[in-house]
Design a protein around this ligand. Structure first.
Ligand code: CP3
Length: 320
């Protein structure tokens, strides 16, 4: 899960003196950081170390990731003329991704590697706001105020995202995850009208590869059905909706991912186990389940709590 590495001392050590986005462009560092949680926790899959803004940086946008803040864009995208700065992504723009995934699949042996990208809405929010936003007011102003410009913006982002996922799959990623982290800010009808076409375009663009496609969001209880319809094989669920209920909303033809509250890891071990068991029990209704946290690992999480959780999930599911 996102930023899993941040809680690890070995992550902080290799990152020392290297900026986040610079690290993402160094195949040796990407390989080491991607492997760290697999080595330490024995998880069943690795998540590629990168960030959702990497493809935007790769097409030349002036942006940075500020520690403790998140992605910050020097010149936000708000007008039709600004769209010209969103040129298509070519595989050569991210040759370091191809190189890193080549190295990783060798090192990982049989452990699957999950590639990922940011979904058009969540990327648009950073680009329009210029940085992280609580209420997404400028983003929504554009979406409601100039639907055609909004649609064109999301369409360009869909093409960039699709190209970025294709690079990862062709290099050897065994599954891909589309992160629409902030789309829970929208009502279902707005999602259907203004966001779903672009996200569906991304899923369609990679459908022919046959790799599992995961669709992730936070606070998306009311959107789960539509997020499945957009083309996912697996729908991510946060801790606000029990998985049994999520299956009713998503339909019996899709697997679920989730959904332990990352804050639970700060509770005593017995409580963590009880909550993890609840997740596993609730998931029995789903046709498939990827056990995960409902959102990213919080930076102050004790690494051993994660290792114990992985062990507990393995023991519990193997006994069934
Ligand atoms: O666990 C991993 O390292 C996987 C790689 C990964 C990162 N970002 C690395 C990262 C993944 C999958 C992401 C996705 C991402 N990035 C999302 C979508 C998923 C989600 O969690 O909702 C979003 C919204 C972002 C944007 C972003 N980048 C944020 C909000 C932050 C945190 C800013 C902060 O310091 O609080 C980042 C930075 C970032 N991306 C870090 C890592 C390891 C932290 C960098 C550091 O300080 O070491």
């Amino acid at each position: 899960m996102r930023q899993a590495g941040r809680s690890l001392p070995e992550y902080r050590k290799v990152r020392e003196g290297t900026a986040m986005l610079e690290s993402c462009m160094r195949p040796d560092l990407v390989t080491e950081i991607t492997l760290q949680p697999v080595r330490r926790h024995g998880v069943d899959a690795a998540i590629y170390f990168s960030d959702i803004v990497v493809p935007l940086k790769a097409i030349g946008l002036d942006l940075d990731i500020k520690p403790g803040v998140g992605p910050v864009v020097a010149e936000p995208i708000r007008t039709r003329a600004d769209l010209d700065r969103l040129r298509p992504l070519e595989p050569d723009d991210v040759s370091y991704v191809t190189e890193a995934i080549g190295m990783l699949t060798g090192e990982l042996g049989g452990t699957p590697l999950i590639g990922f990208a940011g979904a058009p809405f969540t990327l648009a929010s950073y680009l329009v706001e210029g940085g992280p936003s609580r209420n997404h007011e400028r983003t929504k102003a554009l979406m409601y105020g100039d639907p055609q410009l909004w649609a064109d913006l999301l369409d360009r982002l869909a093409d960039i995202t699709a190209a970025f996922l294709r690079v990862q799959i062709e290099a050897g990623a065994s599954a891909v995850q589309l992160f629409d982290s902030w789309v829970g800010a929208l009502a279902p009808e707005d999602y259907r009208r203004s966001v779903m076409p672009a996200s569906a375009k991304v899923f369609d663009a990679v459908a022919s590869y046959g790799v599992p496609r995961i669709h992730f969001g936070v606070g998306t209880g009311e959107l789960l059905g539509l997020m499945g319809e957009a083309g996912a094989d697996v729908v991510g669920v946060d801790w606000r909706v029990p998985l049994a209920e999520a299956t009713r909303r998503v339909g019996a033809d899709k697997a679920l991912q989730g959904n332990l509250d990352p804050a639970v890891l700060f509770a005593p071990e017995q409580a963590v186990r009880a909550k993890a068991r609840e997740v596993l029990d609730s998931a029995k209704a789903a046709p498939g389940h990827v056990f995960n946290l409902g959102h990213g690992v919080l930076p102050n999480t004790e690494p051993d709590a994660l290792t114990r959780l992985v062990e507990f999930v393995h023991q519990t599911t193997e006994a069934r």
